[in-house]
Write a protein that binds this ligand. Structure first.
Ligand code: ZN
Ligand code: ZN
Length: 383
């Protein structure tokens, strides 16, 4: 539900943004199909549009988002340069502005006064509305990006953002048009249509990914996991996982979840262009999943119409029993982990004791994995 802010005087419009969205949107909706019907597009124009779209999208997800905003890994300068070129072309402001706003979004997620694109202010606001007016919540404040301000490449991009954005947006499609002999086709398809598509796909992560989907890891914020959105957002649709474990380089954490951004980062690591990839320990992921399952099961049991019936009482006893063993496993984990850290400081990493501790941690993870499966079955019986 959008929160009431009607009594507030309307913030002034940011005309450059309004015109940019309106003009590019109108060209994409009217001129692009008209030109296609009247003249047709060359194969080269289609290929370049797809390539630029992918490069813009991944520069935002792997570069702006997972590298700079969240520091989930370190990247070689050549990768950072490519992120910067195609991230500038995506026309979503400089990395300074983007990352500062995004860090605020994570810190104050859903807060109607502090989250710059709070989903609680409605679909329109979180999708695009927050960029077209000078809202108090959108005022740039670079105090949360001291690490980025030290990066000279990013400072250069911020300083010359407008000419660089114009250069990449007109220059690259124009150059491709001249090379392949289809200037208008390239400008319309690989220039404007590509830009509008890349814009709205990213904007969906702030709007739809906070409204449509499941919340398997936490209900403390509106972020959702949505495999359909992940398909068009290069993996960012697994937004519920992302909001609870933002320092993980993966958003789709399971190996089968569609997250081309994580595959790109892992590929860069293999090629020696990325390192220190951060992964959330399996135990923490399992603990979050199980906690959610228990709170759901308890709510379902409390609201069940068949209260007092023997099979419901049986389920209640089974859930209670599972919860007991979950708490024991969590306590065991904490104890073993403490011992393990103690061992590490005593620098006996290779000792038998150390191997033993690690295998005990793995055993707890296996146990929780089985418990997750049992809880899923219990949940299905409760539904
Ligand atoms: Zn979010
Ligand atoms: Zn994020």
């Amino acid at each position: 539900m959008p929160e009431a802010r009607e009594n507030e005087p309307q913030a002034p419009l940011i005309w450059t943004n309004v015109l940019m969205f309106v003009i590019t949107g109108a060209i994409a909706l009217v001129a692009v199909p008209w030109y296609g019907l009247a003249h047709g597009y060359s194969t080269a124009a289609w290929i370049c549009a797809v390539l630029f779209t992918g490069a813009n999208g991944m520069a935002v997800t792997a570069g702006y988002h997972r590298l700079w905003a969240h520091r989930t890994y370190d990247a070689h300068w050549s990768a950072r340069l490519l992120y910067l070129v195609f991230g500038t072309m995506a026309l979503q402001n400089s990395a300074f502005v983007w990352c500062s706003g995004h860090r605020t979004h994570h810190l104050h997620v859903d807060d109607v006064d502090k989250d710059p694109y709070s989903a609680r202010r409605g679909f329109w606001f979180s999708h695009i509305g927050w960029m077209v007016r000078e809202y108090e919540s959108g005022k740039p404040d670079f105090s949360n990006i001291p690490d980025l301000k030290r990066d000279r490449m990013l400072a250069f991009q911020h300083r010359y953002y407008v000419p660089l954005a114009l250069l990449t947006n007109f220059g690259l499609p124009l150059a491709a048009g001249l090379i392949f002999g289809d200037v208008w086709g390239m400008l319309l398809l690989a220039g404007v249509a590509r830009l509008v598509w890349a814009h709205h796909v990213t904007f969906f992560i702030n709007s739809l990914a906070h409204m449509w989907g499941k919340r398997p890891y936490t209900e403390e914020n509106t972020a959702r996991d949505n495999p359909v959105l992940a398909l068009i957002t290069y993996g960012e649709g697994y937004h519920n996982f992302h909001h609870i474990f933002a320092h993980d380089y993966r958003n789709g954490v399971r190996w089968w979840q569609w997250d081309p951004t994580k595959w790109l980062i892992a590929g860069l690591e293999k090629a020696g262009l990325a390192r220190r990839l951060k992964r959330t320990p399996v135990f923490q992921i399992q603990r979050a999943l199980l906690s959610m399952q228990f709170s759901r099961a308890q709510a379902q049991l409390a609201a069940h119409p068949g209260n007092g019936q023997s099979h419901i009482e049986q389920l209640r006893a089974r859930v209670a029993h599972e919860y007991e063993s979950f708490l024991t496993a969590v306590a065991d984990w904490a104890r073993v982990k403490e011992q393990w850290l103690g061992e590490k400081t005593r620098a006996v990493r290779e000792s038998l004791e150390h191997v033993d501790l690690q295998s005990r941690l793995r055993a707890i993870e296996r146990q929780l994995g089985l418990q997750l499966r049992r809880m899923r079955i219990l949940q299905a019986q409760l539904a």
